[in-house]
Design a protein. Structure first.
Length: 137
């Protein structure tokens, strides 16, 4: 009977590393202290508090997988998932904003953006410039 090789069994995703636990707990604390008090008012007005978006950027939640050389966190996709889960636990719209930024916007910039779009390549690393041209129909 031929000998079969077995790959090592990976650790289950339910066992977080110490760094992942620390990251998750920090996001949970932020969500409970900063987002939760605003949820009712945001829901009643139907408007998202723009200061929260600024806070998301300040915490690095809007560039979790962006390489550190470009001012991002240089983390893995799993950390983005942890952030989205913890924010969504308190306010689903907060989770969606962070999710869209990390999965759609940043992914597109990293895959198809030029070096000139990256914050470290520009003298003023403020908001990224938008360069759009019409698509012929």
């Amino acid at each position: 009977m031929p000998e079969t090789l077995q790959a090592p069994v990976p650790a289950p995703l339910t066992q977080l590393t110490e760094d992942e636990i620390l990251f998750r707990d920090n996001i949970r604390q932020f969500a409970d202290e900063k987002v939760r008090p605003l949820v009712k008012e945001m829901d009643e007005k139907g408007v998202f508090e723009k200061d929260l978006i600024h806070d998301f950027f300040q915490l690095g939640l809007m560039g979790i997988e962006i390489p550190e050389q470009y001012g991002g966190g240089g983390a893995k996709f799993f950390e983005a998932i942890l952030a989205v889960e913890e924010l969504s636990r308190v306010d689903a719209s907060s989770g969606v904003i962070v999710d869209v930024q990390n999965t759609l916007v940043n992914n597109a910039l990293l895959r198809w953006g030029s070096e000139a779009l990256m914050p470290s390549a520009r003298p003023d690393p403020g908001p990224m410039p938008l360069r759009c041209k019409p698509v012929p129909l």
